[in-house]
Design a protein around this ligand. Structure first.
Ligand code: NAD
Length: 257
C-alpha cells in the first residue's frame, strides 16, 4: 500500500506508540510531521533519521498538546494534514478522592481536548484534499474501566465518543475517523505507572506486571508498537474506506471479556 504524497501529523510521536505509528506510515510512503512538547536536538534528529531511512519528508514540530492554541498551530505549521493521528497522552494513577486536580486537568487536556483542537483544524485541509483519515489512539480503557485511573478513563471514553461524532460529520466526504484501542504496550507510559500501581496494590513491581497489567490481557502478552502501526496503515488503505466511527481494540482479548 502506498501513502506517497500524503502528509501524516502524529501528536506525541517522539516516543512509544506515536513513534511506532510514524515509522509504519513513513514505511508506507507518507511524509511525516512528528510532535511533542519538547524542542531538543534529539527530537529533530528523529525526523531526520525517518527521512533518511524511508526516503520521505519528515520534520519535527514542537507544540504542547495541553494548550488548544498549540494544537491548532501544529496543524497550521504542518501545512497539509491528510492523516491525523491523535496520540499524545499521559497517565496518573491515584484514587479519585486523592487525585491531584492539576493532573486531572492535564490528562483531560492532553489525552482528550487536544484531539478536538487538532481535528477542528485538520478537517478543512482534508476536505480541501478530498480525502482524510483521523486516527485517535484511545485505549482498551476507552471501553473498560480500571480503578485509580479516573482521569485517563474519562478522557479515553471521551475520545471514543468524539471519534463516532467526527465519523458521522464526515461520512460522505471520503474521510474516516476511527479509534485504535490498545491494551497494554510496553512503552515509557506503562513503565512509569508500574511503581505507583505497586504502591496502590501493595505488590512488588514484577507482581504488578503479572497480576495487574497482563492479568487484563488473555493473551498474556503486551501488544507492540509495530502491531499498532500496522493497524494505522491499514486504516489509511482503500480496504478500510468503509470502516468509520469504530473503536478497534488491539488488546489480546481484554475487551472480549
Ligand atoms: P509514551 O509516554 O511513550 O508516549 C506519549 C507521547 O506523548 C510522548 O511522545 C510524549 O512526549 C507525548 N506527550 C506527552 N505530553 C505531551 C504534550 N503536552 N504535548 C505533546 N506531546 C505530549 O506512551 P505511549 O504508551 O506510547 O502512549 C501513546 C498513546 O497511547 C497515549 O495516548 C496512551 O494513552 C495510549 N495508550 C498506551 C497504551 C500502552 O499500554 N502503552 C495502551 C493504550 C493506549
Amino acid at each position: 500500500m502506498s501513502l506517497t504524497g500524503k502528509t501524516a501529523v502524529i501528536t506525541g510521536s517522539n516516543s512509544g506508540i506515536g513513534l511506532g505509528i510514524a515509522r509504519a506510515l513513513a514505511e508506507a510512503g507518507a511524509n511525516i510531521v512528528l510532535n511533542s512538547f519538547t524542542d531538543r536536538d534529539e527530537d529533530h534528529k528523529l525526523a531526520f533519521d525517518l527521512a533518511a531511512e524511508f526516503g520521505v519528508e519528515a520534520r519535527y514540530v514542537q507544540a504542547d498538546m495541553s494548550k488548544g492554541d498549540d494544537c491548532r498551530k501544529l496543524i497550521e505549521k504542518a501545512g497539509a494534514c491528510d492523516i491525523l493521528v491523535n496520540n499524545a497522552g499521559i497517565q496518573h494513577v491515584a484514587p479519585i478522592d486523592e487525585f491531584p486536580v492539576e493532573k486531572w486537568d492535564a490528562i483531560i487536556a492532553i489525552n482528550m481536548s487536544s484531539a478536538f483542537h487538532t481535528t477542528a483544524a485538520a478537517l478543512p485541509l482534508m476536505r480541501k484534499a478530498g480525502w482524510g483519515r483521523v486516527i485517535n489512539v484511545a485505549s482498551a480503557h476507552g471501553l473498560r474501566a480500571s480503578p485509580f485511573k479516573s482521569a485517563y478513563i474519562t478522557a479515553k471514553h471521551g475520545v471514543v465518543g468524539m471519534t463516532k461524532t467526527v465519523a458521522l460529520e464526515t461520512a460522505k466526504e471520503n474521510i474516516t475517523a476511527n479509534a485504535i484501542c490498545p491494551g497494554y504496550v510496553l512503552t515509557p507510559l506503562v513503565e512509569a505507572q508500574i511503581p505507583d500501581t505497586a504502591k496502590e496494590y501493595n505488590m512488588s513491581e514484577d507482581e504488578v506486571v503479572e497480576k495487574v497489567i497482563l492479568a487484563k490481557q488473555p493473551s498474556k502478552q503486551f501488544a507492540t508498537v509495530e502491531q499498532i502501526g500496522g493497524l494505522a496503515v491499514f486504516l489509511c488503505s482503500d480496504a478500510a474506506a468503509q470502516i468509520t466511527g469504530q473503536p478497534l481494540p488491539v488488546d489480546g482479548g481484554w475487551t472480549a471479556a
